[in-house]
Design a protein around this ligand. Structure first.
Ligand code: ADP
Ligand code: MG
Length: 729
């Protein structure tokens, strides 16, 4: 018997839901207690410092040293009043997660004692010895100087006894080494470009912020079962395991009642999120067993992203207290739904307008149409960069697999808006618009408010869907740092809006009235970007064929998706807007390719080890017992009588032997090819070989092992089965 597995399962059966600590008070009474929010700032900062910091948050103005000292001192006081002893600059290295290095507030006072010290210089800048963070060659290790710099637009927060200060991470030469710095630059670019376009409609608009509302999906599995699976604990996904008879066919999990043990966990982590000022509001079961989702109210994109990263960390920590482990991987279980992180995105003005919300009068309708059509045009022109922004080893399993958006980028807008765009387009004319054409177009635009009522029109198979007052980018993976897709989306939107402004101004200069110039440019964009619009079933094979006819890319794996970063148009786009330099792009692509190769390398090794050290011995053991059993029959009953009596044993033995041979052959093929691929020098070639040679061999091996699992005696199977992982709660 596999005692490892049995003990793990017994361990689970003993678990009762842990009573969470639902706070006795109302949420509003503790909400944001652990974040240095605007209200904490008002309480702790001088009037002068408060003004400086809030204007830095809104306009990005510089904070001078004197003010920084005041803020640092207030922060220290605020944090120490809540038990803090340490502080850390919290940053987002290219590994995808977050990093921190804790320093104590304590400074020796030179007389045998110590004082708590935290001044402006420590707040503003740190030099973590972070030489081993991936940097794609930007920083050679002998000059391992990287700085973290305070981002005043995101509030510091407390985790345990540590004050965490959100920062960007840059090399001493100025290049960014993280995901936050480019995001801030992209947000700045889209602010500028969108504000300029807003001037056509309202001179009071001086600022446009990108908004982000993410929806985080995840799986929960019991900790003991998790620990008994080397694949889960080392790669975050099940590399092996036959599909349970009952998966998600019955659709009985989606929005079903939440099991008590899970509920206890959710309550606690929601409470912790609220204390940190993360506005989570939604919780529900997802489609697959043991799959869940959490979503907050949307926020400004930089803050929303910090909150998402913090929440991913929080999920993990609170789960452990409930003897759960969280699986954030995009596809932990083959054959079941994967996990995504839908990025709901829009643009909002300082005047309180959502630019992607359909209007209520002709002027606001035209404004809506402008931003709506420009978004589609941006996606059309830059679909490949947007695809690259969501690439990764995990998401490769999800995109294009059943029940996940395809790897083909397209936009869904619903039937009402499709009719509208068709009608606007139909009234194009090359020269001046006739009064009839104008009336026709205006009439069409007048119908926009109907869209507001049309919220039933949803297409869950689209990677980029308009959902009434925002676009929902669904292809983002559950482990992603949203900063990456948000950097790309806001950059391509900024470029598109800039180009639009130039084109409209040129028309006006040639004598067109403003509205006519806007309309003509909108019509042109509608026409040009038509091929990116798709209203049908994105999961179907027909779409793959149709998309190919339209000339849309279908980049199925990370190495192919990342190739777009090498194109000079891509580099020019990101350099032109000051978001990423050519060198930064090259470095990032290298880090991503390396990451991809390493992930597959680890998976292939873990899989090989599990088969060699656990599966093969367990099956051979079983064979040995069956052989001894048959031998026993022969000893007692003699060969000929025993032959008939041991038919079942022989049948199973033959299946096992055939399965073992096939498994062993697959295992050898994987080992041999992997060692050849590892010798490839060129990183891109190596990544491709992992995608096209090693990965298929891993799949082959899995098929063989999963077959063996079905014929091997249950008690001997060396790790928890998928049905145990998914249905033990
Ligand atoms: P679902 O997609 O599951 O049907 P909803 O449509 O209710 O869910 O909304 C999903 C998310 O969209 C929420 O997290 C919400 O905060 C976000 N959202 C709503 N409006 C905006 C907006 N203007 N900008 C960004 N996100 C938004
Ligand atoms: Mg959604």
């Amino acid at each position: 018997m596999s005692t490892y597995r049995i003990t793990a399962i017994e361990d689970v059966l003993e678990r009762a839901p842990k009573a969470s600590v639902p706070p006795s008070s109302k949420i509003s009474e503790y909400y944001g207690d652990l974040a240095f929010t605007v209200s904490a700032m008002r309480e702790y900062l001088t009037e002068e410092a408060y003004e400086h910091v809030t204007s830095a948050m809104v306009d990005g103005t510089r904070i001078d040293r004197k003010i920084a000292d005041q803020v640092a001192s207030a922060l220290k006081e605020w944090a120490m009043a809540r038990g803090a002893t340490h502080y850390t600059h919290w940053f987002q290295p290219l590994t995808g997660s977050t990093a921190e290095k804790h320093d104590s507030f304590i400074q020796p006072d030179g007389q045998g004692g110590a004082i708590e010290r935290f001044d402006g210089s420590l707040l503003v800048q740190q030099e973590p010895d972070a030489s081993s963070f991936p940097n794609g060659g930007i920083r050679s290790t002998f000059e391992a100087r990287g700085y973290t710099l305070w981002d005043p637009s995101s509030p510091p927060f407390l985790i345990g006894q540590t004050l965490c200060i959100p920062t960007i991470f840059i090399a001493y030469t100025g290049q960014s080494l993280d995901n936050k710095a480019p995001l801030l630059k992209a947000l700045n670019a889209v602010d500028k470009a969108a504000t300029e376009v807003c001037q056509y409609f309202d001179k009071n608009v001086t600022k446009v912020v990108a908004t982000l509302g993410w929806e985080q999906e995840y799986f929960l599995v019991d900790k003991a079962l998790f620990n008994a699976r080397p694949d889960l604990s080392q790669t975050g996904r099940a590399l092996l395991g036959a599909a349970p008879a009952k998966g998600q066919q019955l659709d009985d999990n989606y929005f079903g009642s939440i099991p008590p043990r899970v509920m206890a966990f959710m309550q606690e982590f929601e409470c912790e999120s609220h204390k940190l000022g993360i506005p989570v509001t939604t919780r529900h079961n997802e489609v697959a067993p043991n799959q869940f989702e959490v979503a907050p109210v949307f926020e400004e994109a930089n803050l929303a992203n910090d909150h998402n990263l913090l929440l991913m960390d929080l999920l993990e920590r609170v789960a452990q207290r409930h003897d759960f482990r969280v699986l954030l991987h995009e596809k932990p279980f083959a054959g079941l739904n994967g996990s995504g992180k839908h990025n709901n995105w829009s643009l909002g003005t300082n005047t309180g307008v959502n630019l992607l919300k359909p209007g209520v009068n002709p002027k606001t309708n035209l404004r809506f149409l402008t931003f709506f059509v420009n978004t589609i045009a941006a996606i059309h022109k830059h679909a490949d960069v947007l695809r690259a922004a969501i690439a990764g080893a995990g998401n490769d399993h999800r995109l294009g697999a059943n029940e996940a958006p395809p790897a083909i980028i397209s936009a869904f807008i619903g039937s009402k808006l499709t009719e509208l765009l068709d009608a606007v387009e139909a009234n194009v004319s090359a020269g001046k618009m006739s009064p009839d054409e104008k009336t026709a177009v205006k009439l069409e635009i007048g119908r926009i408010p109907e869209v507001l009522l049309d919220n039933t029109d949803r297409n869950r198979t689209s990677p980029f869907a308009f959902t009434g007052n925002k676009f929902e980018f669904r292809a983002v993976g559950s482990t992603a740092n949203c900063a990456v897709p948000m950097t790309v989306l806001n950059t391509i939107m900024a470029q598109q809006l800039k180009d639009f402004k130039v084109a409209v101004d040129a028309r006006i200069a040639q004598g067109d009235k403003k509205d006519e110039a806007l309309l003509k440019e909108i019509q042109k964009l509608i026409k040009e970007s038509k091929s990116i619009r798709f209203e049908g079933n994105g999961y179907g094979q027909e779409w793959v064929e149709e998309a190919a006819k339209r000339g849309l890319s279908n980049l199925l794996d990370t190495p192919s998706a990342l190739a777009v970063w090498e194109q000079k148009e891509t580099v020019a786009l990101f350099e032109g807007l000051g978001v990423l330099s050519a060198e930064e792009i090259e470095a990032r692509t290298e880090v991503e390719l390396e990451n991809y190769v390493m992930k597959l390398q680890i998976e292939a090794r873990v899989l090989g080890d599990m088969v060699t050290n656990q599966v093969l011995p367990a099956v051979m053991d079983y064979q040995g017992d069956l052989l001894a059993n048959i031998q026993g029959f022969m000893d007692v009953y003699g060969d000929s009588k025993a032959e008939g009596m041991t038919k079942p044993q022989r049948g199973i033995l033959e299946e096992l032997s055939a399965g073992l041979s096939a498994t062993y052959a697959s295992l050898e093929a994987l080992r041999n090819e992997r060692s050849k691929v590892n010798d490839i020098e060129n990183l891109q070639e190596k990544a491709k070989a992992y995608a096209h040679v090693v990965k298929p061999l891993m799949d082959d091996l899995r098929v063989q092992v999963d077959q063996l699992e079905k014929v091997t005696e249950d008690g001997r199977w060396p790790f928890p089965k998928l049905r145990e992982l998914l249905f033990t709660r």
